[in-house]
Design a protein around this ligand. Sequence first.
Ligand code: ADP
Ligand code: ZN
Length: 300
Amino acid sequence: MRLWGGIEAGGTKFVCAVGSGPDNIVASTRFPTTTPAETISQAVAFFAAEATHYQIAAIGIGAFGPADPNPASSTFGYVTTTPKPGWNQVNFAGAVQRELGVPIGFDTDVNVAALGEQRWGVAQGLSTFVYLTIGTGIGGGIIVNNQRLHGLMHPEVGHMRLPHDWVQDPFPGNCPVHGDCWEGLAAGPAIAERWGTPAEMLPPDHPAWALEAHYLALGVVNLILTLAPERVVMGGGVMEQRHLFSLLRYEVQELLNGYLPLPAVTETIDGYIVPPALGSRAGVLGAIALAQEVSGTVGW
Ligand code: ADP
Ligand code: ZN
């Protein structure tokens, strides 16, 4: 059976799987992200063992970053300037390719998760959309005209700058680089630090959520106005608070103030700003979709 491999390479854990889509995963494993040598070897060993049972046509990698997803670059497939100890300038895709001898697809974790949602999830049939994760940080994968957006490096939407009303919200933000960028104000650790309670412990009527919806809406409105996405998919631990979606959709409409008189934004916004359909599997399934793309087989 001809199958594909996927690696969701996160800063805290790796998820690896072999299969052809959401309904056909024949093997999977997960392990903590330690040193590059140890972690990449564990991934390689998993696929080498599975390759004795299945023909693995290609492997897709969705990597934490910053990383180099540009195939024309001399450092394509590297994790580049990450602060994560040991991972600076690591030729990740090259190491996997050398050991396993199959074509490798490589992109950022969020671009790959976006691809997964486009192939099998809530972004099917869309050519321009945004996939956001609101978790330990804020990350955004962007697909424009059916191409994963890379550009100068890759988008880093989590570090965009937003208005911060210091009277309403004296919390200075906790991004080590910018303080009060989007992620410094609105990712899970910012919520926990501002209110002294982990986000998952705050009750639904806590004022934290109105403020969170406000910050999320500011960022989402900037993305809507800049990229004209056909849908905005929002996942990650913080978005497990499903009541945030209605607060956020309302705030987006308030901030746009009628400027986009489109049914998607005015009447059917419940279908415009949505949770991912693949949930926490978007990353590893997207990596399999990427492997299918590089092996010249889309789907099965
Ligand atoms: P990661 O970003 O590391 O991949 P997550 O997307 O799970 O992982 O994000 C972890 C962050 O999300 C933490 O800051 C945590 O407090 C927050 N979080 C996790 N689950 C919930 C929840 N049910 N409600 C609110 N916040 C949550
Ligand atoms: Zn920042």
